[in-house]
Ligand binder design. Structure first.
Ligand code: FAD
Length: 540
């Protein structure tokens, strides 16, 4: 393979955001899409519940906007929420046109109800919505000639002025993005891809926590790359913990992936019980099981700590067995494999890191703070989620803002002149081939444990400061290793997770209040100042 490539648009990531953007952009420009594993490996592929959008006559845009803003705890950007909600139905139609099949009942969409939604609004494909969407998108993208997909190709760093010696000190506010260095994970060769436009669609960062519903690809690469390059990153303290993931006794795998027990199960009538069978959620919120995720996750966290238990129970066994199996075939099969028949007995569940509401700060066309750099999907911070994401709004956000990126990029390509500087090739002279896997796996585990113990559902100043110090030590050790070693995927991913952890902790320390997903014992109430936390690396 060539070690230098160029294209109009480079897209990094093959989840819903990257693939949808690729489809739209291929109508007017050439696309290279790189993805670090197989093309269907993404958070998207695991989404169960569905995609929220106004499609029923019993619903309205105003209702969906109201629910989103209420969940966002005073920090949603209303203009962005309106864009997402009002453009949503058209993007859902796009998904259907490329072959996505959403579940129907009596000829109408079988809309599900989830926590925080005032009416049933969630389009789903049984409990395998993400897989259905991802499969349809990949099928379509595969049929398009001017989209080249490079699998097992991991983006390392963005190419901006900071890679070009004589431009290194250009002001951050006038920087350009000219593509990315990427690593072929098999040959370990670094390829320089020059592009007029680069889109980061790298998804989330759940792997920074010990317990997460996110697959192993979710290592926050896009956020770390953008931060290192000096782009603005916002609201990283708002990590959503899904209240209910399957509790597996002795789950010791390094990735710590926990199987998600969808919100839809509570919408379907599932009851939360303590380990000894008592209902508890009514003590925390009158909406009970349908309260927003942060409230349910915190309630479970309190109950676990109060009783010293490892898990609580989620029970749907009072519903008809055929109905349970028909609605949740995936969850039913998974639990059965773990020895639990959910038609007869409750499921042991615990909270797990699920979604990053913060990310790369973008405008209403997904444009980030550098010329030629866009971000969409979970990696971005559009402002639609505020301090807490309403269930099933993330797939919607991804398609709406990927489409908007495509619209803006068409204009940008037409109106702009592209004058690429002499971009150096990747330079690894003086580095040695050493995999020292123990350094990677040890620090990976240590980082995840620190984040889980000190920076998860309930926080306080002392623990955040302690986490910051410990993460800095890990940072020094890994950075030193990075500088003298020929790079490989696990090293790059660990390095990115460390950067994300630092940014999360810094943002959490900056927020002197409890709001939405950020709950701290030192400032237990919400302040009157509803502001985003914006970080920018100026030491370049
Ligand atoms: C278990 C689970 C259930 C969920 N259920 C729902 C739901 O029901 N409804 C909803 O709205 N949301 C749900 N979510 C959230 C939602 O799935 C994600 O927010 C959304 O799919 C993100 O899409 P994305 O395209 O931004 O990123 P992803 O789908 O995660 O795709 C990211 C892509 O980037 C690639 N990548 C990452 N780093 C690099 C790199 N350095 N170089 C190259 N490629 C890279 C990855 O390999 C992947 O292909 C769920 C999430 C999980 C984990």
């Amino acid at each position: 393979m060539n070690s230098r490539l160029n294209t109009d648009v480079l897209i990094i990531g093959s989840g819903i955001a990257g693939l949808f953007a690729a489809l739209k952009i291929s109508e007017y420009a050439d696309v290279i899409l790189v993805t670090k594993k197989d093309k269907d490996e993404s958070n998207t592929n695991y989404a169960q519940g569905g995609i929220a959008s106004v499609t029923s006559k019993y619903d309205s845009f105003e209702n969906h906007i109201k629910d989103t803003i209420a969940t966002g705890a005073g920090l949603c950007n209303e203009k962005m929420v309106r864009i997402m909600v009002e453009e949503g139905p058209q993007r859902v139609k796009d998904l259907i046109e490329i072959g996505t099949h959403f579940s129907k009942k009596d000829g109408e969409f079988d809309l599900a109800l989830e926590g925080g939604h005032s009416v049933p609004r969630i389009l789903h494909a049984k409990d395998l919505t993400g897989k259905e969407i991802e499969t349809a998108l990949i099928r379509k993208v595969n049929s398009i000639k001017n989209i080249e997909i490079m699998e097992n190709t991991l983006a390392i760093d963005l190419i901006t002025e900071h890679n070009v010696k004589k431009l290194k000190h250009s002001p951050l506010q006038s920087r350009n993005c000219w593509g990315s260095y990427v690593l072929d994970s098999y040959t370990r060769r670094v390829i320089k891809i020059s592009a007029k436009v680069t889109i980061l669609a790298t998804g989330g960062l759940g792997q920074v926590y010990q317990h997460t519903t996110n697959p192993s690809i979710a290592t926050g690469d896009g956020i770390a790359m953008a931060y290192r390059a000096g782009a603005k990153i916002a609201n990283m303290e708002f990590i959503q913990f899904h209240p209910t993931s399957f509790y597996k006794k002795g789950n010791t795998n390094v990735s710590g992936i926990s199987f998600l027990i969808s919100e839809a199960l509570r919408g379907f009538g599932g009851k939360l019980l303590t380990n000894n069978g008592k209902e508890f959620i009514h003590q925390y919120d009158e909406r009970k099981e349908l309260a927003p995720r942060d409230i349910v996750a915190r309630a479970i966290d309190f109950e676990l700590k109060k009783h010293g238990d490892q898990y609580v129970l989620l029970d749907v066994s009072h519903k008809r067995a055929e109905e349970i199996i028909d609605h949740f075939p995936n969850i039913y099969q998974y639990c059965l494999g773990e020895g639990i028949d959910i038609t007869k007995e409750p499921i042991p569940v615990v909270p797990a890191a699920h979604y990053s509401c913060g990310g790369i700060l973008v405008n209403e066309y997904s444009s980030a703070s550098f010329r030629g750099l866009y971000a969409c999907g979970e990696v971005s911070m559009t402002g639609v989620h505020g301090a807490n994401r309403l269930a099933s709004n993330s797939l919607l956000e991804a398609v709406v803002f990927a489409n908007r990126a495509a619209l803006d990029i068409e204009r940008f390509l037409k109106e702009s002149k592209f004058d690429f500087p002499d971009i150096p090739d990747w330079d690894d002279t003086g580095t040695l081939t050493s995999e020292e896997k123990i350094l990677i796996s040890h620090n990976f585990k240590a980082l995840k444990t620190i984040m889980w113990d000190y920076v998860s559902i309930v926080r306080n100043n002392q623990q955040l400061e302690r986490a910051a110090k410990r993460i800095d030590l890990i940072f020094q050790e890994v950075e030193d290793f990075y500088k003298r070693t020929k790079i490989f995927s696990e090293l790059l991913e660990l390095r990115n997770l460390i950067t994300c952890a630092q940014v999360i902790v810094k943002s959490a320390i900056m927020r002197k209040e409890s709001r939405g997903l950020h709950y701290t014992l030192d400032y237990p109430s919400m302040s009157n100042l509803a502001e985003d936390t914006v970080l920018q690396n100026t030491q370049l």
